[in-house]
Design a protein around this ligand. Sequence first.
Ligand code: UD1
Length: 430
Amino acid sequence: MGGGIHMSHITIQGGSRLEGTLAVQGAKNSVLPILAAAILHPGRTVLRGCPHLSDVESSIRILRHLGCRVDWEGGDLVIDASGLSRWDIPDHLMREMRSSVVFLGSILARTGWAELSHPGGCELGPRPIDMHLSALRQLGANIREEGGFLRCTAQHMTGREITLSMPSVGATENAMLAACGAQGETVLVNAAREPEIADLQAFLCGMGCQVKGAGSSTICIQGRQPTHDVCHTVMPDRIVAATYLAAAAAAGGEIELRQIQHSHLSTVTAALHAAGCQIYSGPGQTVLRSEGRLHSAGTVRTAPYPGFPTDAQAVLMAALLRGQGATVFVENIFENRYRHVDELCRMGADISVADRVAVVTGVPRLYGADVRATDLRGGAALLVAGLIADGTTRIGDIHHIQRGYEDPVRDLAALGADIALEEPPPAAHQ
Ligand code: UD1
C-alpha cells in the first residue's frame, strides 16, 4: 500500500455471474481492539490470520511509536510489547483512524498515563467519545480535554459497576481494556454484544486476564495484569462475508464462503433470503445461490448486534438496486450513513433519502459510471453495484475500501468478476 494509492482506481465490467469458493479474511473490527490490547502484556503476542489492511498498518505505526516491536511473519503478526516506553499518541497517528481511541484504555491500564488527541473519522456524522471517557472516569481516570487533546492520569483505577447509556462497541472495548488495569472487579452493564467483543475477551483470557460475559450485555472484568504470551487466531470478518454474499446475490451465481460463522450473519442472510436467494450453512461454511433477480427485502432496520449491522446496510442496498419493488432502510446507528447514495444514483439507481430512512426502488438497468468511494462500506457498495451495471464502472478514492478489505479485486476476480486494479503510471523522474 505504497504511494499513489489515492490515484488508484478499481474498474469493473458488469454482467459476470459469481461462482466459486472463498476463505474470508480476519475481521478488522476484531483485530483493531486486539492490537490495542496487546500492549497490556509486557511480552509477546502472535496474531494468526491478521488481515493486511491499511487500518492494521495504522495500528502498527501506533504500536511502534509506543516502543513495541512489530513484525509480520507470513500471515501472522508478532508484537513484543516488553519495550513499551511511551504513553502518548501523536495527532497525525490519531487522525488516521477512529478506532485509535481504543488505545486510551490499554495505555492507561499499562502505564497509568496517556496523552492523545481526539480520533479522526467523522465520515458517518459526528462520532463522539463521551461514553468512552465517562467509563474511564468512573474507573478513576482523571481526563482533561484541552484544545482537542486528552491528557489522562490513572495511577489507581478501581473496578466498579459501569452502565453504558447505549451499547457502544468502542466504549465497551475501551472500558474492558482499562478495567484490566484497575483494582478489583468491574461490571459493565448494557455492554455491546458484537461477536468482535467476544473475540477480544478470548484474546484477553488467552493472556491470563480474567474477563467473562462478552457476547451478553453484562461483562465482568477482574483487574489483573496479564500473565503470559498469547497466540490468537482472529475471528473471520462477518462484514466482508456479508459484502461477498450481497455481491453474489446481486450478480447471480453460487458462492461458498469458508471460515465463517454463519450465526454471525443471520440477519444479513435473512434479508438476502427474503429477497429471493437460497442460503445453506454448515460448520464454518455458508453457501448462497441466486438467480440474480432479487425482489424487495421489506424493511431493513440497522441495530446493535444481534440486529442487522449498520456496516452491511450499504452493500445490501447496492444488491437490491435492480430488484423488483421497493426496500426501505432505516439507519438507527449513525446519523450520516447514506453518503454512498449519491454515487449509486450516478449509476442510475432510484433511492430517496429522508433523514434516517432510505427507500430503494429497483430499476431495470444500472449504468457503469465514474464514482468515488465516500467511506469504507459505501465504497464496498460501489463494488457490488459495478457488478450489476451495464458497461464499465470506475471507482476512485479506493483507499477507503482498503481500510477494511484485504484485496477485493483478488477475491471478486477469483469468483469470476471482470475486475481490475488500475494503478497510476510511476512518476516520471524530474
Ligand atoms: C464500531 C465499528 C463500526 C460499526 C459500529 C457499530 C470498529 C472499529 N468499528 O464503531 O464498524 O459501524 O461499531 O456497529 O469496531 N456514540 C456516542 N458516544 C460515544 C460512542 C458512541 O454517542 O462515546 C454513538 C456513535 O456516534 C454512534 C453509536 O453510538 O452513533 C454507535 O457507535 P459505536 O457502537 O461506538 O461504534 P464504533 O465503536 O465507533
